[in-house]
Design a protein around this ligand. Structure first.
Ligand code: ZN
Length: 392
C-alpha cells in the first residue's frame, strides 16, 4: 500500500458519524432531476464542505438543470487524472422529504435518494477529503457532481465525456448491490418517443376514409417486441401507449414510449437500423410514424472494468471485506466513460437497495469501509504508470 493509501484509510476510519450526518443533510433536501433549486442546494452543501478543506470547486452554470460541479484535488504531477462520478438528483418529486425525510433503524438509513445516490456522494466527498488531507495523489483526482442522471444526463453527459477524455480511470459511486458487490457491467439503453399519425373518420359512417394510427402502432409494437433476444441481452419494451379520441372515431394519432437495452456498444447500431425500418414501414395505408431519441445510456462492459475491479478487490481485502463483481440491467453514467475506452468501475457507493421506491435503504455500516476501499484503490492506482486505454 502506498503511503497515501495508508493515511487515507486512517483518516476515514473515525469519520462514520460525520459521514452519517452529511448523508442526513443531503437526504433532507428534495432534489428531483427537474428541480434546479433542489439539485443546486445539494451542490451547495457539497461545495461548502469541500471548500472548507481547501478543495477547489468549479461550477458549470446551467439554465435548466442543476449546475455541474467539478471538484479537484491536485496531483503531485499533472498525469492523466482519475475521475469520480456522482449525481445529485433523485427520482422523487418536490415535497417528498416533508412526508418522509431521513430516518434510521439500526444500521439502515431510509429516505429519498439515501442509496441512489446520496450515500455515494458522501463516499466521494470523504474520499476527496481523505486524499487532500494526505497531500493529494500522484495525479489529479477530479470529481463531477451532476444533476440530471435520472433522466438520462441530458446536460451531464457532455461534461462527463469531456472530462473522461484522457482520464486514467473513472469510478462511479452509484449504490453497491444488496449482495455487497460492486458493478462490473451494465446494460446500455435508449428511449424513443414514437408518434403515429393517421386520418380521422367516423367509424360508422365513413370507416373506409380513415387511417387508424392505433392499428398501425399496434402492428409496430408487436414487431418491436419481437426484437427482444435474451440470449444476446437485447430487450425492447413499449412501456407507455396512448392514442385516439373516442370509440366511434378512427384514431388519427397514437403515441408510444420504447425502452431498448443492450449489453455491448456494437449491438446499438444494428438494432437501431431494424427499429428504424419497423417505424418507417407503412403499417396501414395513410399512416406515418416518427420518433425522437429521448435519452441514451452506453453499456459498461466487463473488459472496461476488469483492471480496476482487480485493484478494488485487493483494496477491499486490506479493509477487511470481500467483494464480487455483478452485472445489472440498469444504466448509469459509467457507460459514457467506458464507451470512450476509459477503465470504469461502478456501484462503489455504500451498500443499499430498493432504489426508486419509498423503501429505499442504505447500510450505514458500509460508508466507512467502502470509502476506504475506494481511497486505497485510487491512491495506489495513481502511484503506478497507466496500463493504457481499453478499446472503446
Ligand atoms: Zn443513480
Amino acid at each position: 500500500m502506498s503511503p497515501l493509501a495508508s493515511s487515507a484509510r486512517r483518516w476515514l476510519a473515525s469519520r462514520g458519524d460525520e459521514m452519517e450526518a452529511c448523508l442526513r443533510r443531503l437526504v433532507e433536501i428534495d432534489s428531483n432531476s427537474r428541480d434546479k433549486a433542489g439539485t443546486d442546494a445539494v451542490g451547495a452543501v457539497l461545495s461548502g464542505m469541500l471548500e472548507a478543506d481547501g478543495i477547489a470547486v468549479q461550477r458549470s452554470p446551467n439554465a435548466v438543470y442543476g449546475d455541474v460541479l467539478r471538484a479537484e484535488v491536485p496531483g503531485k504531477t499533472d498525469g492523466a487524472p482519475v475521475l469520480l462520478l456522482g449525481h445529485r438528483d433523485t427520482v422523487f418529486p418536490q415535497g417528498t422529504v416533508a412526508g418522509r425525510g431521513y430516518s434510521r433503524d439500526g444500521d439502515s438509513a431510509f429516505g429519498p435518494g439515501v442509496a441512489d445516490m446520496k450515500g455515494g456522494l458522501v463516499v466521494s466527498l470523504f474520499v476527496l477529503r481523505a486524499l487532500k488531507a494526505g497531500g493529494g495523489a500522484d495525479v489529479p483526482v477530479v470529481a463531477l457532481f451532476t444533476a440530471d442522471e435520472e433522466i438520462g444526463s441530458p446536460s451531464g453527459r457532455a461534461v462527463i465525456e469531456a472530462a473522461a477524455k484522457g482520464a486514467r480511470a473513472a469510478f462511479n459511486t452509484e449504490p453497491g448491490r444488496i449482495s455487497g458487490n460492486v458493478v462490473t457491467s451494465r446494460k446500455g439503453g435508449l428511449t424513443l418517443a414514437i408518434s403515429v399519425e393517421g386520418r380521422a373518420a367516423h367509424s360508422g359512417v365513413n370507416h373506409a376514409d380513415g387511417a387508424s394510427a392505433i392499428g398501425a402502432l399496434a402492428a409496430k409494437v408487436v414487431k418491436l417486441h419481437g426484437l427482444t433476444d435474451y440470449a444476446s441481452g437485447i430487450t425492447t419494451n413499449v412501456g407507455v401507449i396512448r392514442g385516439g379520441h373516442a370509440h366511434n372515431i378512427v384514431a388519427d394519432h397514437a403515441e408510444a414510449e420504447l425502452d431498448i437495452r443492450v449489453t455491448s456498444v456494437d449491438q446499438i447500431d444494428a438494432l437501431m437500423t431494424r427499429i428504424e425500418a419497423i417505424l418507417a414501414a407503412e403499417d396501414g395505408p395513410g399512416t406515418r410514424a416518427r420518433f425522437v431519441k429521448k435519452a441514451q445510456f452506453m453499456p459498461l462492459e466487463e473488459r472496461h472494468s476488469a483492471e480496476l475491479f482487480a485493484r478494488y478487490v485487493q483494496a477491499a481485502a486490506v479493509v477487511g471485506f470481500s467483494v464480487e463483481g455483478e452485472f445489472t440491467g440498469g444504466c448509469a453514467d459509467s457507460g459514457f466513460t467506458a464507451a470512450l475506452g476509459v477503465p470504469s468501475l461502478c456501484g462503489l457507493g455504500p451498500v443499499g437497495g430498493r432504489a426508486h421506491t419509498d423503501r429505499e435503504f442504505c447500510r450505514l455500516d458500509t460508508l466507512v469501509p467502502r470509502a476506504q476501499a475506494l481511497a486505497i484503490t485510487i491512491a495506489d492506482l495513481a502511484s503506478e504508470p497507466p496500463a493504457g486505454p481499453v478499446t472503446p
